[in-house]
Write a protein that binds this ligand. Sequence first.
Ligand SMILES: Nc1nc2c(ncn2[C@@H]2O[C@H](COP(=O)(O)OP(=O)(O)OP(=O)(O)O)[C@@H](O)[C@H]2O)c(=O)[nH]1
Ligand SMILES: [Mg+2]
Length: 293
Amino acid sequence: MDKKHKTGWISVVGNPNVGKSTLVNALVGEKLSIVTHKPQTTRHRITAIANEPEYQMVFSDTPGVIKPHYKMQEAMMKKVGEAMEDADIIMAMTDTEENGFSLDVINRLNGAKVPIIVVLNKVDLKKQEETAQKLELIKTQLKYKELLVTSALHGFNVPELKKILIGYLPEGEPFFPKEQMSDLPERFFAAEIIREKILMYYQKEVPYSVEVIIEEFREDEKITFIRAVIYVNRHTQKGIIIGHKGEALKRTATAARKDMEKWLNAKVFLEVQVKVKKDWRDSENQLKSFGYL
Ligand SMILES: Nc1nc2c(ncn2[C@@H]2O[C@H](COP(=O)(O)OP(=O)(O)OP(=O)(O)O)[C@@H](O)[C@H]2O)c(=O)[nH]1
Ligand SMILES: [Mg+2]
C-alpha cells in the first residue's frame, strides 16, 4: 500500500543562543541559517526545507525570544509569533546551559494548539546527572508530546529527532518544489554571510547596530558580482567597521567572500561599502525598507 506524502511547517522557538539555527541546519543537512557564539544572531524567520520523496519538512528558524528594547527587536519578536501561528509542529528548544525554559518562552508556548516537541540541546557540555536534573525541571514546565536531548553541534540524536517529527507531520502535498531549500532569495543569504562575519569580528554593540543590504547580485558565466552595503547606526561605528587603513573591513569581506564562494560553488567578486543610517533600528521606515516590517 502506498503511504501518503507528508508535509508540514515546523517552527523552532527558544531563547537566544540555545542552538536553534545549528539544529535546523543539521536537520536539513545544509548551512542555511547563520550561527555564531553571540546571542541574537538570527533576526528573521528563516525557512529551511528538508526534502525526501515521502515528505517535505518546512522549518522556520526564528530569532531567540527576548524582551525587546528597540523597534527592530519588536519586529524580531513578531516574527517568532508569526512562525508559531503557522506551525503544524513547534519545536521548543533549550540547552543545558539554561536553567530550563524562561518564563517568556513558557508564556509563548502555553497557548499553542499544535504538538510541541521539546529539545534539550548541548548535552555534550554537561555530565549526565546535570542533564537529568534539567530534564526533570523541563517536565514540570511545559505540556509536550515528546522530549529529546540533542547535540546539534555533533549531530547527536538528530536522525532520531527527524523520525519523531515525521511521525507528527500532517499528510499533504508538498508546498514547495522538491529541489527548493528555502523561500528566501540568494541575496538574503549573501547578506547573512556578511552579518555572520560582523558578529564574529566586532565587539559589543557594533554587530547589533549593523544591517547588511545586497544592492547587486549578478551571476555571470565565470564570476558572481555581489555589491553589499553595511549600514550602521552611528558615525563612530563606521570607523570601527572600516578599521585602521581599512583592515577590519577587508578581513570581514575576505572571510565573507570565501564562504560565498563555497556556498555558490563559484568565484565571487564582493564589493562592500559602509554607510550611516542614523538610529535605523528605531525607524519604522528604515525597518520597512530593510525588510523587517
Ligand atoms: N557545545 C555545543 N554547542 C552548540 C550546540 N549547538 C549549538 N552550539 C553553539 O551554540 C552557539 C549558538 O548557536 P546558534 O545555532 O547560533 O543558536 P541560536 O539559538 O540560533 O541563537 P540565536 O539566533 O541568537 O537565537 C554557537 O556557538 C553554536 O556552535 C551543541 O549541541 N553543543
Ligand atoms: Mg539562530
